[in-house]
Design a binder for this molecule. Structure first.
Ligand SMILES: [Zn+2]
Length: 80
């Protein structure tokens, strides 16, 4: 467990954005990743992107980031 800011999702320097805006973008990207990699109907526990057992690594990374910022309970709205 590294201290300090998490270096997930490329960590490209984004100019002209406040830390809060960058954080919001990271949260959005993490949610997009989770939604993309969410199992499709009839294929439970299977990632359609990675073609491996779900949860896959990108999903775990995205949830790890969301947990860090206190949004760890995210579920894609259309998947409930
Ligand atoms: Zn995946």
């Amino acid at each position: 467990m590294a201290a300090g800011s998490g270096g997930l999702v490329g960590a490209a320097p984004v100019t002209g954005l406040s830390p809060a805006q960058i954080r919001n973008r990271m949260i959005l990207s993490a949610r997009v990743i989770i939604t993309d990699h969410w199992p499709r109907q009839g294929q439970r526990d299977w990632c359609p992107i990675c073609h491996c057992k779900w949860m896959c690594d990108p999903t775990l990374d995205a949830y790890a980031y969301l947990r860090e910022v206190g949004q760890g309970r995210y579920v894609p709205p259309q998947m409930r």
